[in-house]
Ligand binder design. Structure first.
Ligand code: PLP
Length: 390
């Protein structure tokens, strides 16, 4: 079976972990964590980077930093991972879900302004597949309405919008180093802080609500409980693994992009009717986080995934819309129609994507041709199967 995902190891992870072991400092914020922070601050150009256990943890910290009160509203897409919404719901805030663009599958910036109410405090954008949202338009809306912006950049490390790294636009941004992402540490994440007013409080929240970071810098002579917070810092063992990956992030991205281009060229050359390939706007430098296509209907997708599995290739669907999920109905609110979200959610299929797949790509293409061929045969009986929405 060709799996959907396979973690990529650079080969230096274990020797760095051994070095952390030799350093005899295994708790957080040691030398490897500092190297990761410096790398992220330099590469992304954020004011401050702080490693966390996960992107989910970084989003929770972001929600604390925004000082959200019960009933405050956060505008976000419904086509995203649960953590985007959960982090704010944990603070008592209300996710307001707006629809996505049919091309990038990112929040439709043209719908944001109409969703703003007197209770709106923030916009949380998600850079789906590592392709940037329209950050110029979104930051302008936020400025004019006095809103904070959080980038869920879980999938977007090394991507750019108008030449500037994603994660450097919003007041806050969150990265993920989960095994399924481009740069990994098994579980892991980072909070990126671009608004200098939030840096000191972010350190406090991450250190259980204490001013321990200032204490270690010699800025206070004892540390104490000063605010709300929790334990969000990962151990040096994890940071050592992560640094071995960050060092090679450039190369990982280049190789992934070569793989992505092979998929895109192949699908374009085949020009299968009823199959929509990804669109990358010219302002977006993407990181080849995933390769996904849209099929004509839910039924077509189900059959495609089944036929692929029968031929030994694992393909997967992605998000179920949050606005119509049990918790989304209880804790959130949909703004207007979410027709694109609902349609995309039923029709999107993600192809296997990992470094090393290059050698097996011919098998994936052969299986895809077969699976789509089967769909085209069936369509003579049921033409609606192939009705692409856009
Ligand atoms: C992966 C992902 C997350 C969660 O990341 P974790 O590090 O597993 O917490 C959140 N948002 C998006 C958009 C993701 O893709």
């Amino acid at each position: 079976m060709i799996p959907f995902n396979k973690p990529f190891m650079t080969g230096t992870e274990l020797s760095y972990i051994e070095r952390a072991h030799t350093n005899m400092q295994l708790s957080g914020d040691g030398p490897f964590t500092r190297q990761c922070h410096a790398w992220l601050e330099h590469r992304i150009g954020c004011q401050k980077a702080l490693l966390t256990h996960s992107c989910t943890a970084a989003l929770e910290m972001a929600a604390m930093l925004l000082d959200l009160q019960p009933g405050d509203e956060v505008i976000m897409p419904s086509f995203t991972f649960v953590s985007t919404a959960n982090a704010f719901v944990l603070r008592g805030a209300l996710p307001v879900f707006v629809d996505i663009r049919p091309d990038t599958l990112n929040i439709d910036e043209r719908l944001i302004e109409a969703a703003i109410t007197p209770r709106t405090r923030a916009i949380c954008v998600v850079h789906y597949a590592g392709v940037g949202c329209a950050m110029d338009v979104i930051m302008d809306i936020a400025d004019r309405h006095g809103l904070m912006v959080v980038e869920d950049a879980a999938q977007a490390i090394m991507s750019t919008f108008k030449g500037r790294p994603l994660g450097s636009f919003g007041h806050l941004a969150a990265l993920s180093f989960h095994e399924t992402k481009n740069v990994i540490s098994g579980e892991g994440g980072a909070l990126l802080i671009n608004d200098p007013r939030l840096v000191e409080r972010a350190e406090i929240i991450r250190e259980k609500g204490t001013n321990r970071s200032r204490f270690f810098r010699g800025q206070v002579d004892k540390y104490t409980w000063v605010d709300i917070g929790s334990s969000y810092l990962p151990s040096e063992i994890l940071a050592a693994f992560l640094f071995a990956q960050l060092e090679r992030a450039e190369e990982i991205t280049a190789k992934r992009k070569a793989l992505w281009d092979r998929y895109q060229n192949w699908f374009h050359a085949c020009a299968f009717p009823g199959v929509t390939t990804p669109t990358i706007p010219t302002q977006c430098g993407h990181n080849a986080h995933m390769y996904q296509v849209l099929l004509g209907s839910l039924d077509a997708r189900t059959r495609f995934i089944d036929t692929m599995r029968q031929q030994g290739v694992q393909t997967v669907f992605h998000y179920l819309p949050l606005h119509s999920s049990p918790a989304g109905l209880r804790y959130g609110r949909a703004h207007g129609s979410l027709g694109v979200t609902e349609s995309v959610s039923e029709r999107l299929v993600r192809m296997p994507f990992w470094l090393g797949l290059e050698d097996k790509l011919a098998d994936v293409f052969r299986a895809s041709e077969q699976a789509i061929g089967d769909l085209l045969m069936r369509v003579r009986a049921r033409p609606e199967d192939l009705m692409a929405v856009d």
